[in-house]
Design a protein around this ligand. Structure first.
Ligand code: SF4
Ligand code: ZN
Length: 309
C-alpha cells in the first residue's frame, strides 16, 4: 500500500509559513514537515547524548520505512556509519526490502554488510519453518539479535542504532503492562539494556519520538514511494491488537502515544534500578559453543541450531 497524505481541509495552511499544509497536527507544508522530523531526530540525539563525534555507528537496517528514515537522517549528521542487514531467507518479502536497501546505500555511498541465516545459521528461516513446529518470530528474533550483536562488534561498532519508533515503544509498554510483565520494560527506552557488558554493543533509538504516521508521511514526502509490506510470517497478533487500540484512541486524543511514552520515561530509572539489584546475582557467561554472551552454558541461538532439523 502506498500512503497518500492529504489535508483534511484544503484551506489548511502551514503554521510556519502560510503555504498549503500537507500534514495536520501540527499543520505543516512539505518543507517544514520534513525539516521538523529531521530536527526532532537530531534534538533527540543531542538531548539524550545518544551519539558522540568519535562513535562508529552500526545501523541495523532492513530496507523498511523506519530503517531508511533513520539511515537518511543520521547520515546527514554523522559520517562514520556502516549498515548491517540480516537476510532471514523469507521468499517474496525480504529480497524486495534488501534490494531497496542496497540501492539506498549505494546512492549515499554507505557501506552495507548483509549476513544471511543460510550462511550463518545453516538454513533460511523458510527452511527451518518448513521442517520444525516453532513460532516464526521466536526463532527469527533470536537469530537476528544474535547476528546483529555479533557482527556489530566485529565491525568495531561503538553504538548500534535501530529504527524503533514512538508507536513501537508505546505498544511494547502497554503489552508489558497488560501481561503484568512490567519488569521487561526496564529493557526499553532510548538506550536499551540494563547493565553494560563488553559482550553487548550499546543500542540506541534515534526515532524514539517519531510516530509511525510521521515516518510514513516523511518517506512519502521524500518521494521514496515505499510499499509497506508485512512479513508473511508475522504472527504477533497481540502487538497488532495494541496497535489498533492505540491508533483508535489517538483519533480522539492526539497526544495519547507521546503521553504514554513520556510517562514511561519517568518511571524507567526506577524500573532499571530494581532490575539491576537482582541482575547482579546472575553473571553474564560466554556460550561454550560460540563465545557470545548468554545467561546459561549455551546461548539461545546455538541451542536452537542444535535442537532444530
Ligand atoms: Fe522475523 Fe517475525 Fe519479523 Fe517476520 S515478523 S521478519 S518472522 S521477526
Ligand atoms: Zn552460542
Amino acid at each position: 500500500m502506498i500512503i497518500k497524505i492529504k489535508c483534511k481541509n484544503s484551506d489548511n495552511k502551514c503554521c510556519k509559513c502560510n503555504e498549503k499544509a500537507v500534514f495536520t497536527s501540527p499543520n505543516l507544508c512539505k518543507e517544514h514537515f520534513i525539516n521538523s522530523i529531521e530536527c526532532k531526530v537530531s534534538q533527540t540525539i543531542d538531548k539524550y547524548n545518544l551519539i558522540s563525534k568519535d562513535d562508529k555507528l552500526v545501523i541495523a537496517a532492513s530496507g523498511g520505512k523506519d530503517s531508511l528514515t533513520l539511515l537518511h537522517i543520521v547520515h546527514k549528521i554523522h559520517k562514520d556509519i556502516i549498515v548491517l542487514a540480516v537476510d532471514e531467507g523469507i521468499r517474496g518479502y525480504r529480497e524486495h526490502t534488501l534490494k531497496r536497501l542496497k540501492e539506498f546505500c549505494k546512492e549515499r555511498d554507505i557501506q552495507l554488510r548483509i549476513y544471511s541465516y543460510k550462511d550463518e545459521m545453516g538454513k533460511t528461516l523458510d527452511e527451518y519453518l518448513s521442517k520444525n513446529k516453532i513460532m516464526p518470530c521466536t526463532l527469527c528474533g533470536t537469530f537476528r539479535r544474535y547476528l546483529i550483536n555479533k557482527y556489530a562488534k566485529k565491525l568495531d561498532g561503538t553504538k548500534l542504532l535501530t529504527g524503533h519508533n514512538l508507536d513501537d515503544e508505546a505498544q511494547a509498554f502497554l503489552m508489558n503492562l497488560f501481561t503484568s510483565q512490567l519488569k521487561l520494560s526496564a529493557r526499553q527506552g532510548l538506550k536499551t539494556g540494563i547493565i553494560s557488558n563488553e559482550g553487548f554493543i550499546p543500542r540506541i533509538k534515534p526515532l524514539y519520538f517519531c510516530s509511525e504516521r510521521e515516518i510514513k508521511a516523511y518517506t512519502f514526502l521524500k518521494g521514496w514511494n515505499l510499499t509497506f509490506d508485512e512479513c508473511p510470517h508475522a504472527t504477533d497478533s497481540f502487538r497488532g491488537y495494541m496497535r489498533d487500540i492505540l491508533n483508535e484512541y489517538s483519533i480522539i486524543n492526539k497526544t495519547a502515544k507521546i503521553n504514554l511514552v513520556n510517562n514511561f520515561l519517568k518511571i524507567l530509572p526506577k524500573l532499571k534500578e530494581n532490575i539491576e539489584k537482582n541482575i547482579k546475582s546472575y553473571p553474564i557467561l560466554s556460550c561454550k559453543n560460540c563465545g557470545e554472551p548468554c545467561s546459561t552454558e549455551t546461548c539461545s541461538a546455538c541451542s536452537f541450531q542444535k535442537a532444530l532439523v
